[in-house]
Design a protein around this ligand. Sequence first.
Ligand code: MN
Length: 135
Amino acid sequence: MDIIQKQPTAKGPAEWFTGDVWMDPIARGEEPSRVRVNAVRFTPAARTAWHAHPVGQTLYVTEGRGLIQAAGGEVTEIRAGDIIRTPADEWHWHGAAPDHFMSHLSITEAAAPADHRQEPTWGDHVTDAEYVASQ
Ligand code: MN
């Protein structure tokens, strides 16, 4: 058994996020497990860039109100208690609503060793126009 003491919270890099996003790693499985669990906190209007997960993603919203959109789909409000499952390779973004903080757990798996894609694959930032269009 390991008890891992709380480590300093890391700021999400501007390359991958718009606004202030803070992350705490929760679980990183050792092979054959490839599970990755991260607690992510978004300040109001902060959001990820567009991205896709090679093995999909489950989000569990633990606090606040947020927004999520899959490519070609509607922007949808998400709230504490909601669970969002994103299929492998589906491009999407997620973040806080304009006037609310939002926290979620992100549950993903690293790509298989023979699959050299990043987890996740990152694309363009969600522009203010795209974000405002969601209102
Ligand atoms: Mn995602």
